[in-house]
Write a new protein. Structure first.
Length: 454
């Protein structure tokens, strides 16, 4: 049977199988789901076998296992390394889901459930593309190595140890990742740039313990007030990050690239609707697309201190804490930026309080040319699979593993995402458009097929 006809004939079967995977609550950050994580790993290994992969291993780590499989039966053909993850974010708050997070539901042309877009649905796209090729041709047209981890949502803690110890085994001509999004509905996309990510925690301590705000208020430092004042000084009136030398190494983006990015079929009206705020705010002098993709940022991700329970408790808190992140762009060094941020925070700090500054994680930005022939084959495969023009985009998010792999193996990294920006990854009612799921299977199968041709 013709490849695309075969894929069309298996739509119901593929969707039913995806639901099986989505029902497994493989939440990597919660210890009570350890058995679910292991069950998801076994499930992925079983489907790798069905897709024609061999030498399948469930590799134990200090935390959650990595599933690895390969097919090296195409001598003279290119080898691709496919990466994804089977772990998911917690589903809380549960009451904000229309249907239960781990009971997948199809409605309005989408499949809803935790992990649909990030990243189980996209991993399943590759598994079904490979299986379709294997079933229709009796073998895979190229050499494939597939690595699916269970710790991406908690920082891929043990993945890099596995990669370094298996570098020769994982060597390939290209890395293919589906953990990103399309530009918009009906616009299949290849991502060629990601921002890096540094994450920090700041703890400001004043009094040795919480104090009565009537007895002591007015004479002692309030850590919450001081922390809020410090945070308010991290941006100027134009919403630029107001940290000395923060922008020193930001790579210039050519006029030609800026024009190309701003010419993409991206709709500001839909973006505003998706955000849902009364208005937008960003660095002056740059378009929204540029603010999202090619400019660095500093964001407050959480702040707390004092009494947070019901009713009133009149205290001056002993401590106030904030979590802050910086998204970085090419040429910005994460270690250097972390030092600049800490230095500035401490400069803003009054002598009436102490401050603890922790760098929780660091990740480099990544951008790569898309001149390698694999990118042209990928674009043509997307257009054949979706019947629509495909585009090259950058994204504001971060995948540290892509940067590490690119720096280590020096091969093209092809990011083929099939989610959409409004599909609530990490939030209630996460979903994946069925159009993108089925179109993704066709596109990936066609890409593997094209890569096996001269």
């Amino acid at each position: 049977m013709d490849l695309t006809a075969y894929i069309d004939s298996k739509r119901d079967e593929h969707l039913s199988e995806l639901k099986e995977l989505l029902r497994i609550p493989s939440v990597s950050t919660q210890s009570e789901h350890k058995l679910d994580i292991e069950r998801a790993a076994r499930w992925v290994a079983e489907k790798m076998r069905a897709a024609g992969l061999e030498n399948i291993e469930i590799v134990p780590t200090k935390m959650h296992p990595i599933v690895y499989g390969e097919s090296l039966r195409a001598p003279g053909q290119p080898t691709v390394l496919v990466y994804g993850h089977y772990d998911v974010q917690p589903a809380e708050p549960l009451d904000l889901w229309t249907t239960p997070a781990f009971e997948p539901d199809v409605r309005n042309g989408n499949i809803y459930g935790r992990g649909t877009a990030d990243d189980k649905g996209q991993v399943h796209i590759h598994l079904k593309a490979l299986e379709s090729l294997y079933k229709t041709q009796g073998k895979l047209p190229i050499n494939v190595k597939m690595m699916v981890e269970g710790e991406e949502e908690i920082g891929s803690v043990n993945l890099w140890d596995f990669v370094k110890s298996s570098q020769q085994r994982l060597n390939a001509d290209a890395l293919i990742v589906s953990d990103t999004s399309m530009l918009a509905k009906g616009v299949p996309s290849i991502t060629y740039g990601l921002r890096g990510l540094n994450y920090y925690q700041i703890e400001v301590t004043g009094p040795a313990q919480d104090l009565h705000s009537g007895v002591f208020g007015g004479a002692v430092p309030n850590p919450i007030t001081i922390l809020a004042e410090m945070i308010a000084k991290l941006h100027d009136r134009n919403l630029r990050v107001d940290i000395p030398r923060f922008y020193d190494d930001v790579a210039a983006v050519s006029r030609q690239e800026r024009k190309a990015l701003n010419s993409l079929p991206w709709k500001e009206k839909e973006f505003r609707k998706m955000v849902g705020a009364p208005g937008l705010a960003g660095e002056k002098g740059f378009t929204i697309v540029e603010q999202l993709w090619i400019r660095p940022t500093l964001e407050l991700n959480g702040i707390w201190g004092g009494y947070l329970g019901e009713g009133a408790k009149t205290v001056i808190a002993s401590k106030a804490t904030a979590k802050i992140s910086t998204r970085l762009v090419p040429n910005q060094d994460p270690a250097k930026i972390a030092k600049l941020v800490e230095r500035h925070i401490r400069k803003l700090l009054p002598k009436t309080v102490h401050c603890r500054f922790d760098v929780l994680s660091m990740g480099k930005p990544w951008v790569a040319p898309y001149t390698h022939p694999i990118f042209q084959k990928a674009i043509h495969s997307l257009e054949a699979g979706f019947g629509k023009k495909a585009v090259f985009i950058r994204e504001g998010g971060s995948i540290p593993f892509v940067t590490q792999m690119h720096d280590t193996f020096k091969v093209p990294c092809v990011l083929l995402g099939f989610g959409l920006p409004d599909e609530n990854a990490h939030a209630p009612d996460e979903h994946l458009a069925l159009e993108n799921y089925f179109g993704g299977i066709k596109s990936i199968a066609l890409l593997y097929q094209r890569l096996g041709k001269p």
